[in-house]
Design a protein around this ligand. Structure first.
Ligand code: SRM
Ligand code: SF4
Length: 580
């Protein structure tokens, strides 16, 4: 009998292996007088925190003979979304000088710049580096930006997560000198000299990247840290999550460990699916790094390198089972998980508006729709925020809900800040509960994978939903709404109470049944609803919820209880559905 065939490696694997630890042809192409990088160099650029894109609004005219308008999206590595006032100023300056004039807060507490020209990318990276920040591994098949529960109240126990997020971020940062060589003009350091002093026992590969090796991970790997009970990070959507528990003196004594969450899927491909993370159990705090390493290396060694659609950790969990995975992590780390400790119920405490901090100062949680910080004629958000942050030297924390918290405002400065916002015509409070947690991914015009609008559509969509809520007297129970321009799930639609997911131009699949706490998956409610039909659709949905829901029952809980098939039947008269 012939041995089973080993599936061929995905071409991304060959590219990584041949890249000399993420160098590839990037430096050479950067020096060339062209406006864009080759496909291979672009694929490697992701590991350096940038994506080559083209403006898809301008693509329309390319049919009439114009070429693509290339630029780069640059994403920061900002553990826990924490920035000092001066670091914020650097991002703000770069956005004006080198990008499209806007900053974009991401769903993972980072900043993205759009529209950076190839010729400007090096000064951008250097400016970020001078601010003691980086873009390294903000994208690519590596451990990415570590997210962390925000700390608007300046609580001691939440502040302990600063160190946890920073430790994880540093520990799993790639060790290759390629980033420094290419962007920071460091002399080329031979890969073999880059790591351990005890080189004799190691192969060049393990010395250069002791954790990752030459081919890094099969796919992106996302980590989040929080306190048990606080799910402001959407822990269950991460590859690896740590929920800290506290001793009686308020210090961290251990963590619940969650693995295998992820949101991406592809329409009509049931073998791809969103998945909530599983809890492996509890570990003492000193086992954080050994366990994190064991999880990451298990994915490194067993993750599917033949099919990128099946390469995330969640598929390993799904295919091999949680028991196998727990056993593997225990064997690699020497740590045994404690399954006896009960998990506290999850909450998602709000950080919006003024809040008094433990040290007597204040924080201001600013609601920014889809995280886009830009100056519009009627609302100069970018320059006003900058002026306030500069004037009062305020630290900032970005959030996983694409918002921004100004930290450490003195009581005496509150009226002046309010006056400044009012003068600029800005109201950074959330207009209604519906807006508090609504998210939209970037989508058009920059995202190369977008099928529909998302960020640009949200300002039209939310008033439609709000007026339907008001008509049915449901405003105070406004659902968590999220939308994306394709099924990849960048705004985490599959854990929302109501989600629109781009399906074909102008048509959205509708999901519902997730919950406020982010611990339940939404299910497909409608294959495809045209944007023009959505007002009537949402009206029928809310009428059903009001008529059949329990008093005070939330939309997600109602849909999960009422059953998806029954809701589909009630909601989908064929004349209003598209045939998808
Ligand atoms: Fe994402 C790819 C934007 C959070 C799942 N994501 C992309 C790209 C880079 C498109 C591409 O590959 O060409 C998007 C760039 C758009 C642009 O023009 O800026 C993009 N993702 C974003 C951001 C900016 C959305 C936002 O509006 O804030 C978020 C950046 C986070 C960060 O700072 O690192 C972002 N992406 C997410 C999340 C949410 C999360 O992690 O909490 C997810 C779902 C969770 C997950 O990973 O499963 C997510 N993005 C994806 C996927 C699907 C991955 C999968 O396993 O199937 C892709 C496509 C891919 O990787 O092939 C993707
Ligand atoms: Fe792009 Fe799709 Fe992510 Fe939206 S969900 S940013 S359209 S990849």
């Amino acid at each position: 009998m012939n041995p089973p065939e080993t599936p061929a490696l995905d071409k991304a694997e060959t590219l990584k292996a041949a890249s000399d630890y993420l160098r590839g042809s990037i430096a050479r192409e950067l020096a060339a007088p062209t406006d864009h990088f080759s496909a291979d160099a672009s694929a490697l650029l992701k590991f350096h925190g940038m994506y080559q894109q083209d403006d898809r609004d301008q693509r329309q005219s390319s049919a009439q003979g114009k070429t693509k308008v290339y630029s780069l999206m640059v994403r920061g590595r900002i553990p826990g979304g924490r920035l000092s006032a001066s670091q914020y100023a650097v991002w703000d300056d770069i956005a004006s000088q080198y990008a499209n004039g806007s900053l974009r807060i991401t769903t993972r507490q980072s900043f993205q710049l759009h529209g950076v020209l190839k010729s400007n990318v090096k000064p951008v990276i250097q400016a970020i580096h001078r601010a003691l920040l980086s873009t390294v591994a903000a994208c690519g098949d590596v451990a990415r930006n570590v997210t962390q529960a925000p700390n608007p109240l300046g609580l001691f126990e939440l502040s302990l997560l600063d160190g946890v997020a920073a430790t994880l971020s540093d520990h799993f940062k790639p060790k290759t000198p390629a980033y420094a060589e290419i962007w920071l003009d460091d002399e080329k350091v031979a890969a073999v000299t880059a790591a351990s002093e005890d080189a004799s026992a190691q192969t060049p590969e393990t010395q250069a990247e002791p954790l990752y090796g030459a081919t890094y991970l099969p796919r992106k790997f996302k980590m989040a840290v929080t306190l048990a009970g606080n799910n402001t990070v959407d822990l269950y959507s991460n590859d690896l999550g740590f929920a800290a528990t506290l001793r009686s003196d308020g210090r961290i004594d251990g963590y619940f460990v969650f693995v295998g969450g992820g949101q991406g899927m592809t329409h009509n491909k049931p073998e791809t699916f969103p998945r909530l993370a599983d809890c492996l159990g509890w570990i003492p705090e000193w086992d954080l790094i050994p366990v994190a390493e064991a999880v990451l290396t298990t994915q490194r060694d067993y993750g599917d390198r033949s099919n990128r659609r099946h390469a995330r950790l969640k598929y390993l969990l799904h295919d091999r089972g949680v028991e196998w995975f727990r056993g593997e992590v225990e064997a690699r780390s020497g740590v045994r998980f404690n399954g006896e400790i009960p998990l506290a119920p999850w909450q998602t405490p709000s950080y919006l508006g003024w809040r008094k901090r433990a040290d007597g100062r204040w924080s201001l949680g600013c609601h920014t729709l889809s995280g886009r910080i830009v100056d519009r004629q009627s609302a100069p958000l970018k320059s006003t925020l900058r002026a306030i942050i500069d004037a009062y030297a305020l630290d900032v924390q970005l959030t996983c809900d694409q918002d921004l918290i100004l930290l450490g405002v003195e009581e005496a400065d509150k009226p002046a800040i309010e006056a400044r916002l009012a003068e600029a015509g800005l109201d950074l409070s959330s207009p209604a509960p519906l807006y508090d947690r609504a998210l939209a991914c970037v989508a058009l015009p920059t995202c190369g994978l977008a099928i529909t609008e998302s960020e640009r559509y949200l300002p039209t969509l939310l008033p439609v939903i709000q007026s339907a809520l008001e008509r049915h007297g449901l405003s105070q129970r406004a659902p968590v709404v999220r939308m994306t321009g394709c099924p990849n799930g960048c705004a985490r639609p599959y854990s929302a109470e109501l989600a629109l997911v781009g399906r074909s131009p102008g048509v959205y699949a509708v999901f519902s049944g997730g919950n406020v706490e982010g611990t339940r998956l939404a299910e497909l409610l409608s294959e495809g609803v045209r944007d023009a039909d959505f007002p009537a659709y949402v009206d029928r949905l809310f009428a059903l919820w009001r008529a059949q829901g329990e008093p005070a029952e939330r939309l997600g809980d109602f849909i999960a209880r009422y059953s998806i098939p029954a809701a589909r039947e009630a909601l989908a008269p064929p004349s209003l559905e598209t045939s998808s």
